[in-house]
Design a protein. Structure first.
Length: 262
């Protein structure tokens, strides 16, 4: 499981403040804590309040890359900001993200190829997020075709079935799980799958419980990666245990400790 830490995001007040004040200590501490907790990659988002996203992304990426060797997931809707972030990454980056819209695929797939980056493809278009798995899979097929046309390898493509909050879109949860299953059958080799996990519990009372339960279900359906809070130890323990039961690791009495020492 590729764990992408979600905490370096300008939507969080502490990160927004650190970006404005150019406080490297806050960002470096967040980066190191997430890596120590099990993240192999870190999402990097300057947030909606940024007055100069280009300079803020440059500062963030440079700061994080100077403190850790983790992969960086450049999270922005602005093409110039995306390219600036990718150009500064010292390890294999991740483009977060394109949708199934042709203009976005035409802009972002070549960028992923140019910088030898992985890319997340959201199963949505300008019409929104489909309600059913079949429509999500249809968009996933279009994203796969765009990746192939641009020379992006399937191992570098992550299809995101786009989970919505369960309190406003409860029927979507099972459709997302079915999408994950079906994406694995679209081509050989198949693309990977990813979720922005925390979205499923937005606005709910029992957020950690909902996140943990849905994460386990998604892993069983074939999920390969997730953007999540790695500092939630119980969530990480659920992931490690689920993968153990799916025989993705070898059992030992101290398997949790063994995983964290890898």
């Amino acid at each position: 499981m590729l764990v992408i830490g979600e905490l370096i995001n300008g939507m969080f007040k502490n990160v927004e403040k650190a970006i404005k004040e150019r406080d490297k200590d806050v960002i470096i501490a967040l980066a190191k804590k997430q890596v120590a907790a099990g993240s192999q990659a870190l999402d990097v988002n300057v947030g909606p309040a940024s007055e100069d996203p280009l300079k803020d992304m440059e500062w963030l990426v440079t700061t994080i890359a100077g403190a850790t060797n983790a992969r960086l997931c450049i999270d922005t809707t602005k093409l110039a900001v995306m390219e600036k972030g990718l150009s500064l990454c010292k390890t294999k980056a991740i483009v977060n993200s394109t949708s199934g819209q042709k203009e976005k695929l035409d802009a972002l797939m070549p960028l992923a190829k140019k910088y030898n980056a992985s890319i997340i493809g959201l199963t949505m278009t300008s019409k929104g997020i489909p309600q059913d798995a079949a429509s999500r899979v249809e968009i996933a097929t279009q994203i796969i075709m765009a990746a192939q046309e641009n020379g992006v390898e399937m191992e570098d493509l992550f299809i995101d079935a786009v989970i919505l909050p369960v309190n406003v879109a409860q029927p979507h949860a099972k459709e997302v799980l079915e999408t994950i299953r079906q994406v694995k059958m679209l081509c050989d080799p198949a693309p990977k799958t990813v979720l922005g996990l925390s979205n499923v519990s937005q606005g709910t009372r029992f957020r950690p419980l909902i996140n943990r339960t849905f994460f386990t279900m998604a892993i069983a359906a074939g999920l390969d990666a997730a953007i999540l809070d790695p500092l939630d130890k119980e969530l990480m323990d659920e992931m490690i245990t689920a993968e153990l039961l799916l025989e993705k690791s070898i059992y030992c009495e101290s398997y949790l400790e063994a995983y964290r020492k890898k």
